[in-house]
Design a protein around this ligand. Structure first.
Ligand code: FMN
Length: 190
């Protein structure tokens, strides 16, 4: 099968984001199945219904990249036991203007990392509720990653073999899941 276009959304605007590193590691491990593109969200203005038309340029770019993706991987930290504002802002822009939502029908997987013992579990529950409501198809299962300083290096390499295996299983499962929703053109190229 042709590679699926994977839109990767990192729910952090921090320069040295550990979730971006995790997303890079997953993209690297999934490179046989996916052509990954990181979709920027930190340049989106704060959502305001007064300014949604004409659609601001960064929002138009963001929506086009979401709509051009065959599948979406969302890797996010947890902020105050929920999803970060920068991610919720992006989700809201994707859903607007009314009647022009970019989300429905996209297969998606969610994961995330933080230093805490229950590492992003509550944020992921909230994220699933929000994305499910927007009509995405969410892969089941759970992947909460407790961050350790040597989890992944700057190039996306995973030091620990068992962690690498876990990530590989996660991304392979997602490739199989997303493939079921692939456009007919990608399936015919198999
Ligand atoms: C405003 C704020 C709220 C946070 N709340 C949580 C939380 O609820 N649970 C958690 O595990 N970590 C929490 N953290 C710690 C983050 O997990 C940590 O900053 C992590 O590095 C964020 O990921 P990033 O590097 O990808 O931005 C919070 C951090 C900030 C800045």
């Amino acid at each position: 099968m042709a590679k699926l276009k994977l839109g990767v959304i990192v729910g952090s605007n921090r320069r040295d984001s550990i979730n971006r590193k995790l997303a890079q590691a997953l993209s690297l491990l999934g490179r046989d199945a996916f052509e990954a593109k990181f979709i920027q969200i930190d340049d989106l203005p704060m959502y305001n219904q007064d300014t949604e038309l004409p659609v601001p340029a960064p929002v138009a770019r963001f929506k086009a990249e979401v709509e051009g993706s065959d599948a979406l991987l969302v890797v996010s930290p947890e902020h105050s036991r929920s999803i970060p504002a920068v991610l919720k802002n992006a989700i809201d822009w994707g859903a607007r203007p009314w009647g022009k939502t970019s989300w429905p029908g996209k297969p998606a997987a969610v994961t995330g990392t933080s230093g805490g013992a229950i590492s992003t579990a509550i944020a992921q529950q909230h994220l699933r509720a929000v994305l499910g409501d927007q009509g995405l198809h969410l892969m089941g299962g759970e992947a909460y990653i407790q961050f350790k300083p040597d989890l992944v290096d700057a190039t996306g390499k995973v030091a620990d073999d068992s962690v690498q295996k876990f990530f590989k299983t996660f991304i392979d499962q997602f490739a199989a899941f997303a493939g079921k929703f692939a456009p007919a053109a990608a399936r015919q190229a198999a």
